[in-house]
Design a protein around this ligand. Structure first.
Ligand code: GDP
Ligand code: MG
Length: 437
């Protein structure tokens, strides 16, 4: 699923959390693919990756604890913006507020009607009335009555009528008479978008003049959900979207596509069959869900906060001059340790625990590295190029490690320094970005 794919894509970025692991271009390509697979349409996916690229270009890579994490945060912010930025509330200012529910068969309209009645009653102190407007299946009326009963909200029905327009009108009148301040009209759906359905629901809209028209769509239907949304919006000009069945094998990609294709806010998500399985839609939470990144954002924020700006500027100067040395390296390790318990930090990166399951991650992980650096002379730390074979042997002995460990650390350090220098060169960064998909 999407989560797994993104996890794989992020693996390249996250790596061991240092700059040498980063491969931005490859990651972007993977992310684009993953989004497409998750039913985000091509245009949306492209706009998204382009925007992330753009934002990443303007960022000072060295200032963040790792470019991968910074990029992750940019992605989360962009996704959130794409899905509307902030929560979009129902307009409940009218008395009564009339809410029309529309969508295909099986999308979850009747279930949502019950949930919404429950939500408005319990959370908003409203006095709702449900109107059973699905005349084609007697069971649909029973279903709404059962749900109304469950949540303690009255249901208007007329089993003698087969005219949904008349029922809707009569339901609104009934609600006004009884002092209901919200009237929720459940309607019939079809297996696919068809003309009679559209004519009928348009007529119900005309007759009841609803303040909110909520389009209910099954999030599991993927790309079809986007097409259906467009068809309904063209005819009804609805005010909001309800994404149902997000409790299953999440295809959160639909949320992204629908928002960008019809440009209407997603207002609620359904997360189960029970009457309380309804959530107000939060773009930022959905973004995290789509990215599957758990607490990465707060991790990045914590890291950025902890990173001393002045030190970063100095560090960058040194990197540019290829003067990054083992003293700086040691300072970086201290920086990482300052951020908190390593296990906590790694635990905040989704998938990392899976990837690193055989690696013992705690503060002790840095012990041999620190020991090796401590066993170097000040000259060696400042100028690692002079560390020849004999010096390495001495360092291994002094630090209680092996020559292999010393060799490995020095090699990693040299590689890292090389990549850091390249990354700190703005021209190089631009070139990398241009080569992205
Ligand atoms: P309608 O034809 O649009 O009125 O759809 P229904 O409300 O009758 O729902 C169709 C099926 O989907 C029912 O079995 C519901 O229990 C189920 N359903 C609705 N919403 C959700 C949801 O958010 N999660 C899950 N898992 N099932 C849902
Ligand atoms: Mg129904």
């Amino acid at each position: 699923n999407l989560q797994d794919k993104l996890e794989r894509a992020f693996k390249v970025l996250k790596g061991q959390g240092n700059i040498t692991e980063i491969n931005v271009a490859e990651t972007m390509k993977e992310i684009r693919k993953a989004l497409l697979d998750a039913d985000v349409n091509y245009k949306t996916a492209k706009t998204f990756t382009d925007q992330v690229k753009q934002k990443a270009l303007g960022q000072n890579v060295i200032n963040s604890i790792s470019p991968g994490q910074l990029l992750t945060k940019i992605m989360n912010d962009e996704l959130t913006a794409l899905m509307g930025g902030t929560t979009s509330e129902l307009d409940l200012s009218k008395n009564p507020t009339i809410i029309l529910i529309a969508g295909l068969n099986g999308a979850g309209k009747t279930t949502f009607s019950g949930k919404l009645a429950n939500y408005l009653k319990e959370k908003k102190g409203k006095k709702p009335l449900l109107v059973a407007g699905d005349v084609y299946r007697p069971a649909a009326i029973d279903q709404l009555e059962v749900l109304g009963n469950q949540v303690g909200v009255p249901v208007y029905t007329d089993r003698t009528s087969t005219d949904p327009i008349a029922i809707a009108k009569a339901g609104v009148e009934e609600g006004k008479k009884n002092g209901n301040n919200v009237i929720i009209i459940d309607t019939a759906g079809r297996l696919a978008v068809d003309e009679p359905l559209m004519v009928e629901i348009s007529a119900v809209k005309e007759a009841t003049q609803p303040h909110e028209i909520l389009f209910v769509v099954d999030a599991m239907t993927g790309q079809d959900a986007v097409n259906t949304a467009k068809a309904f919006n063209d005819r009804l000009d609805f005010t909001g979207v309800v994404l149902t069945k997000l409790d299953g094998d999440t295809r959160g990609g639909a949320a992204l596509s629908i928002k960008s294709v019809v440009n209407k806010p997603i207002k609620f998500i359904g997360t189960g069959e029970k009457m309380d399985a309804l959530d107000v839609f939060h773009p930022d939470r959905m973004a995290s869900r789509i990215l599957g990144m758990g607490d990465v954002v707060s991790l990045v924020e914590r890291a950025q906060q902890q990173f001393d700006e002045k030190q970063a500027a100095e560090l960058q100067k040194k990197i540019r001059k290829n003067q990054f040395d083992f003293n700086d390296f040691r300072a970086q390790i201290q920086q990482i340790k300052k951020m908190g318990n390593m296990k906590d930090l790694v635990g905040m990166i989704p998938g990392a625990s899976k990837v690193l399951k055989d690696v013992e991650i705690d503060d002790n992980a840095f012990k041999p590295i620190e020991a090796i650096i401590d066993s170097m002379t000040p000259k060696e730390r400042e100028n690692p190029d002079i560390i020849d074979q004999r010096r390495r042997m001495r360092i291994a002995k002094g630090s209680g490690t092996s020559i292999e460990e010393v060799n490995k650390l020095i090699k990693q350090f040299m590689d890292m320094r090389k990549v850091m220098k390249q990354m700190s060169n703005p021209g190089m960064m631009a070139k990398m970005m241009r080569n992205m998909p």
